[in-house]
Design a protein around this ligand. Sequence first.
Ligand code: FEO
Length: 404
Amino acid sequence: MKNNIFWVGKVDDRKVPFHRLTLEKGTTYNSYLLKTEKPTIIDTVDIMYSREFVENLKEHINIEDIKYVVINHVEPDHAGALPALLNKAKNATIVTTEKARELLNGMFKLHSREYLIIKDGDTLDIGGKTLKFFETPYLHTEETMITYAIEDKVLFPCDIFSTHIATTDLFNDLAKEDIDEDFKVYYSLIMSPHRNYVQDMIGKIKNLDIEMIAPSHGFVLRENVQKYIDLYDRMSSIPNKNLEKKALILYSSMTGNTGKIGEDIGEGLRNLGIDSKVINVKSSSFEEIKSQVEEANLVLLGSSTRYGDMIGNIEEILKKITKLDLSNKYLSSFGSYGWSGEAIEIINDYLKTTNGKLLDTSYIIKATGDNSIKLPLRMSFYDDKEGKELSIKTGRALGELLLK
Ligand code: FEO
């Protein structure tokens, strides 16, 4: 491809089953070999092509010479051939994030292998080239990172900037058809639920000099590179329709912790441009609350737990809310507690009796692919760092769901 960088991937021209879809145009699993003094592989191919991948690699390099295998993302279409590769590449070190190490060890039992764990902004000299790594969580799974070859000005972003097309033409300027629609469809299927993280990623790469983007599916982009970065930037910016969505967060708080969770969830929702109101029910009339409920697309109710029950007047509010027409509204509950947090479950019991859509963990996983969010959001006390982070993240996930 460029300066001793080789494509060593696999073109899969089947109708490929993928994320409950069928990729009608097939796809490719792009793996790259950087032939330096410390030969390096960036990502592998789908698990079902492991043997073929290793056999093909032998034509390019003595596999025992491979020094590093960079794993940007652990899904089996990219990390699947890693065990077969490591079986031959006895001396290779796996370069990846801490979260990815946990997942790889869980999937492939690689505990005995040497890892180099990277953090955002770390660099690695591979003997003639320097790699720089950026953590890009949730693009599209938690452990994800991207790799930039500094001297060559090539970005290896794995799934990001991909297209699902089984091309043998490799470069976008050689494509026989315009690929922009496929590029946008890919974004909307895989990346759009994580648009806030896309913005974080754009912030990290915007000062890099990028001449080529070598993703893990479809075409390598070497013509109009900035256009594709700008497309991601535009598609992930807050669209006007976000501003039309409304969320309402009602809470009753004993020590203030449940109130903090509510405020944080509101912040996460507002990060996506969603109009979010957070109301302490102690100081509001039901008439005010009712008009807000009627306008909202998402209604969350939170309470602290005291003596195994809700506190304040939230139960009176709930009794009235459950009599309203809540069809087409998403509903959930949250709360901070000291021991067992019964109030959160009791709120959920009330919500189950309505005609709204009561959200649970399974719903969020299926809608956003994020399995780090648990609903209802239950929190023992409240930690200013981890509690805050989780609450904001939950707000963002709910926002993404609202915008789908
Ligand atoms: Fe192409 Fe997330 O795997």
